[in-house]
Design a binder for this molecule. Structure first.
Ligand code: SAM
Length: 271
């Protein structure tokens, strides 16, 4: 077996979700690259695994990737884990994976928990196509701009959110997508206080605002995509027109906005 970089998913809450193959892999590698070595040491201790741990996080990944690839080239197999769920999904790791692949090293997944997929699997919203948006920007202006760009997206949208911003995030989503857009709030999945709420964005915001317990923990927010209807196309066309009209003659801006959005050009003039 050539040296391999194993990308290993760990639980997002319930420790029973660590797969037998993940255990076998973690127990068999030369070292485990972990986002937070203390956190991973606790997880490994629970399963009686003792392996050397190497810190690999967003601040040192570029610097460490080269050395880790040298180790792999020398024949050591390594595992990569993050604090929870699947590495690289809103977590560090892609630079190391890219460097290993570029060096011709075998990179192999040990799949398992992922909060986005777990939430999607219980949301009951269209899941044949979806767009993973991860964390939104922390600053309100950038967040609203991001949401405005997504207002006409027809695919189901999947967001990660933390407890201290969940209320603001839902309020901004309701403003950008409309109070009545169906959504699902998946909180503390696989943990003691697992809660999956569905409703309109306005009703979910009300639940979270009224009950401090509903603001605790970790969240995935899933939002139904915009219907592919004329209103959504015109809304998107107007948004594009407003942006382009600052840089181009109005007729050119309207033509481009109409082409890009699929809305009739006449519908875009006049605000
Ligand atoms: N790599 C992880 C994965 O595969 O899901 C995601 C890591 S990201 C840094 C952490 C975010 O994932 C949290 O802020 C939350 O939005 C979401 N998350 C993680 N665990 C969760 C859980 N048990 N229930 C709901 N959301 C969770």
């Amino acid at each position: 077996m050539p040296a391999t970089l194993h990308v290993v998913a760990t639980p997002i809450g319930h420790l029973g979700d660590l797969s037998p193959r993940a255990l076998e892999t973690l127990g068999g590698v030369s070292a485990i690259c972990a986002e937070d070595t203390r956190h991973t040491r606790q997880l490994l201790a629970h399963f009686g695994i003792e392996r050397p741990l190497l810190a690999l996080h967003q601040h040192n990944e570029d610097a460490q990737a080269g050395q880790l690839v040298e180790r792999l080239r020398a024949g050591d197999s390594l595992a990569l884990v993050s604090d929870a769920g699947t590495p690289l999904v809103s977590d560090p790791g892609y630079r190391l994976v890219r460097a290993a692949r570029a060096a011709g090293i075998r990179v192999s997944p040990v799949p398992g928990a992922c909060a986005a997929i777990a939430a999607l699997s219980v949301a009951g919203l269209a899941s044949d196509r979806f767009a993973f948006e991860g964390f939104m920007p922390a600053k309100a202006g950038a967040r609203r701009e991001r949401l405005a760009r997504l207002a006409a997206e027809p695919r189901t949208l999947v967001f990660y959110e933390s407890s201290h911003r969940i209320e603001e995030a839902l309020a901004d989503m309701a403003a950008a997508f409309g109070d009545d857009r169906p959504a699902v709030l998946a909180r503390e999945l696989t943990k003691l206080f697992e809660t999956v709420l569905d409703g309109t964005l306005a009703s979910l915001l009300a639940r979270v605002s009224d009950d401090p317990n509903q603001r605790k923990g970790e969240f995935v927010v899933i939002v139904e995509g915009a219907g592919d209807d004329a209103d959504a196309r015109v809304a998107e066309g107007k948004r594009l027109y407003a942006k382009l009209a600052g840089h181009l003659p109005p007729s050119t801006a309207a033509k481009l906005a109409a082409d890009l959005s699929g809305a009739p050009r006449k519908a875009l003039y006049g605000g």
